[in-house]
Design a protein around this ligand. Structure first.
Ligand code: SF4
Ligand code: SF4
Length: 378
C-alpha cells in the first residue's frame, strides 16, 4: 500500500520494517492498518478526536471541513471553495492536513458519534495529489463510510467529497504574449496561442508556480499565492511585531511539505517572534519577497525547504538552487546576505524546523536591528 515502497517485509525474519529514508510521512499506512500496528507522530487518532471535541465546544458547530494542504493555502479559502460548490457554510470546524489519505475511517465515524452532522472533505484532484495515492485512498474511504452509514440506517449524505486543486490563472490585461511561461512549465501545462495570451491546460497544471516566477509582467499567478497578497501578509505582520518592540523578528518561507505541525498552527510561532508563510514549492518563491521582507522590517528571513530527494514537484530542487544563487548575489550587493539562510528540512525529523529556527534567530539576534525602510518594493 505504501506509495513510496518504504515498507518491506524481511524474507528471513518475516519482520516488517520502514525505510525512513524513503518514507514521506504521508500517514497512509497508519490510517489503513486494521490492527493499529503503525504509530504516527503527526495527526494521530487521539489528537484529531481531541481537536474536534475542543473546536466543537468553542465554535458550537456541527460541520467538519477536512482539507488537504495542497489545495487550500489557508483556512480563509475554504468558504470560497464551498460556495463554488453551492454550499453555504459559515460556521465550521476546519481541519487542515498534509493529505486527506491519512484520515482513518474510524475517525470519520467517531466525529459523527461526537455530534458532527456534516463532514466535507476538500481533497486534491487525483493527479494533483502530492502523496501519489492519498486522494484515491481517501475517496475510497469516504465511499466506505457512506456505505457503513447507509447500512446503519443513517444519512449517507452527511459525508461529502469535493475535489479541488490550485491552478495558475492569467490576467489577460497584463499579458503581452511573450511565452516565457510556456517554456518554463515543467508539466507542459501551457500552450502558446498565436499573438495572444497562452492557454493553461488545467488538467495538467500542478500549481507549482514556476510560471509566475518568470513572468515579467505579473500576468500569471497561482491561486492563493498571488504576489501582492503574499507581500501584504508579511508586510502587515512585520510592522505589527516591530510596533510591539519585538526583536529579532524573523520571516520563514516554508515549502508546504517540508514541515507539518507549524504550518497548520502558524500562531504558535508568534511567541518566537517569527511569522511563517508557506509556498507551494520554494522554486516558485520570488526572490524579491526576501528583499522586500528585509526592507519592511524583518530582521532576518529563513527558507525552510525540502531536500531534492523529497521534492514533490518536477525540477523543484534544481530550480530553487538556481534562484538561490540569484538571490544571494542580490543580497550581497545590498549588504543583507547574512540576514538570509536556507535550510533543508523534513517532517521526518520532528523538531527539525524549531531547531533551525532557533539557530537562525540566535544568529540574527547578534546583528543590529533592521528598521523599516521607505523603499519601493521590488
Ligand atoms: S510570461 Fe507573462 S506576459 Fe509572457 S506570455 Fe506568460 S503570462 Fe503572458
Ligand atoms: S503553475 Fe506550474 S504546472 Fe501550472 S502552468 Fe504554471 S508552471 Fe505549469
Amino acid at each position: 500500500m505504501c506509495p513510496y515502497e518504504a515498507i518491506k517485509r524481511d524474507p528471513e525474519t518475516g519482520k516488517v520494517e520502514i525505510d525512513l529514508q524513503k518514507c514521506q510521512v504521508c500517514g497512509i499506512c497508519y490510517s489503513a492498518c486494521p490492527v493499529s500496528a503503525v504509530e504516527i507522530v503527526y495527526y494521530d487518532y487521539a489528537t484529531l478526536v481531541n481537536y474536534v471535541k475542543k473546536m466543537r465546544e468553542e465554535r458550537k458547530s456541527d460541520t467538519l471541513v477536512l482539507m488537504c494542504r495542497g489545495n487550500s493555502p489557508s483556512t480563509r479559502e475554504i468558504e470560497h471553495i464551498l460556495k463554488n460548490q453551492g454550499l453555504s457554510v459559515k460556521n465550521y470546524i476546519p481541519l487542515r492536513l498534509p493529505c486527506s489519505g491519512r484520515v482513518p475511517t474510524d475517525f470519520l465515524l467517531k466525529t459523527l458519534k461526537l455530534g458532527i452532522k456534516s463532514i466535507v472533505s476538500i481533497q486534491c484532484e487525483d493527479a494533483f495529489c502530492r502523496f501519489k495515492e492519498g486522494t484515491k485512498i481517501s475517496t475510497r474511504r469516504f465511499i466506505l463510510t457512506k456505505n457503513v452509514l447507509d447500512q446503519l440506517g443513517l444519512d449517507k449524505n452527511s459525508v461529502r467529497v469535493i475535489k479541488h486543486s490550485r491552478k495558475a490563472v492569467y490576467d489577460t490585461e497584463k499579458c503581452v504574449g511573450c511565452d516565457k511561461c510556456v517554456f518554463i512549465c515543467p508539466y507542459k501545462a501551457i500552450e502558446p496561442e498565436p499573438f495572444a495570451t497562452p492557454k493553461i491546460l488545467n488538467e495538467e497544471c500542478m500549481g507549482c508556480g514556476a510560471c509566475a516566477l518568470v513572468c515579467p509582467y505579473d500576468a500569471i499567478q497561482v491561486e492563493g499565492f498571488e504576489f501582492e497578497n503574499v507581500l501584504k501578509l508579511y508586510t502587515e505582520s512585520a510592522r505589527k511585531l516591530k510596533a510591539e518592540g519585538k526583536f529579532p523578528v524573523i520571516l520563514v518561507f516554508c515549502c508546504q511539505w517540508a514541515e507539518f505541525s507549524v504550518l497548520d498552527n502558524p500562531e504558535s510561532l508568534l511567541l518566537k517572534k517569527a511569522v511563517v508563510l508557506e509556498v507551494p514549492c520554494f522554486k516558485s518563491l520570488d526572490p524579491g519577497h526576501v528583499i522586500n521582507a528585509l526592507h519592511n522590517g524583518f530582521d532576518g528571513v529563513m527558507a525552510a525547504v525540502c531536500s531534492n530527494e523529497d521534492c514533490k514537484l518536477q525540477e523543484g530542487g534544481e530550480t530553487a538552487e538556481r534562484n538561490m544563487t540569484v538571490l544571494k548575489n542580490a543580497l550581497k550587493k545590498i549588504d543583507l546576505l547574512e540576514r538570509f539562510e536556507l535550510y533543508r528540512i523534513s517532517p521526518r525529523c520532528t523538531d527539525d524546523f524549531n531547531q533551525k529556527l532557533e539557530e537562525f534567530s540566535r544568529r540574527i539576534a547578534a546583528l543590529p536591528r533592521l528598521e523599516v525602510e521607505a523603499k519601493p518594493n521590488v
